[in-house]
Write a protein of this length. Structure first.
Length: 183
C-alpha cells in the first residue's frame, strides 16, 4: 500500500470514527434499519451519495451537516474504507416473503411490468461500482428507499429507479427488500 493510500485510509478512519460511527456503526454495520449498512458498500457509490448530500441533491439535514466539510478525495477515501469491511449476514425474517422477493429480483413481474432487478444490480445484489450494493442491507432501509423512489422523493440517482419503483406494489417492495437483506 502506498504512503498516499495509507494516508487516505488513516484520514477515512479518523472521519468515520469521529462522526459516521454514531449512526452507521464502528465497522459500518449499523444496528438500526433507519441507517444503511456501509460495510461492503461500493466505494464509488458511497462517494457519490456523500456528494449528493453535500450538494443537496439528496435530502437529509443530518447528512448535509456531516458532509459539509468533506472534500471529494475524503468522500472516496471513506468509500474505499467501508468497501473493505465485511458485510453482516442475517437470515431472512420472513422466508416466504424473501422467496417471493427472490423471484421478483431475478425475473421481475411480467404482469405489472416490473423488470428484473438483477439486470442492473447483479446476482445477489452485488451491484456495479456506481450502483449500491444491496446485499445484506436492512430490509426496512431498502423498503424505505424503494418507497422514496416510488414517490419520486429520492431524485439524486438513476431515473430508471423511478420508472421501476413506480410499478412496484407495497408487497413487491417489501419482498425484494426481505430477499436482499439475507444475501
Amino acid at each position: 500500500m502506498s504512503a498516499f493510500a495509507q494516508a487516505d485510509e488513516a484520514r477515512a478512519k479518523k472521519i468515520a470514527g469521529g462522526s459516521c460511527f454514531l449512526c452507521h456503526g464502528a465497522q459500518g454495520e449499523s444496528t438500526s434499519e433507519v441507517f444503511p449498512r456501509l460495510a461492503g458498500q461500493n466505494a464509488a457509490y458511497v462517494a457519490k451519495q456523500l456528494d449528493a448530500f453535500k450538494t443537496g441533491q439528496r435530502k437529509s439535514s443530518a447528512m448535509a451537516d456531516m458532509v459539509a466539510k468533506l472534500t471529494p478525495d475524503e468522500m472516496l477515501a471513506l468509500g474505499k474504507y467501508y468497501e473493505k469491511m465485511s458485510i453482516p449476514r442475517e437470515e431472512a425474517k420472513d422466508p416466504q416473503l424473501a422467496a417471493m422477493g427472490r423471484y421478483i429480483y431475478n425475473n421481475g413481474n411480467k404482469f405489472s411490468g416490473v423488470p428484473a432487478c438483477v439486470a442492473c444490480h447483479g446476482a445477489g445484489g452485488e451491484g456495479a461500482a456506481s450502483l449500491p450494493r444491496l446485499a445484506g442491507q436492512f430490509s426496512g432501509y431498502t423498503h424505505t428507499q424503494l418507497k422514496s423512489f416510488n414517490k419520486r422523493e429520492r431524485t439524486n440517482d438513476n431515473a430508471v429507479m423511478h420508472v421501476v419503483a413506480e410499478k412496484m406494489t407495497e408487497l413487491e417492495m417489501a419482498a425484494v427488500a426481505e430477499f436482499l437483506s439475507a444475501q
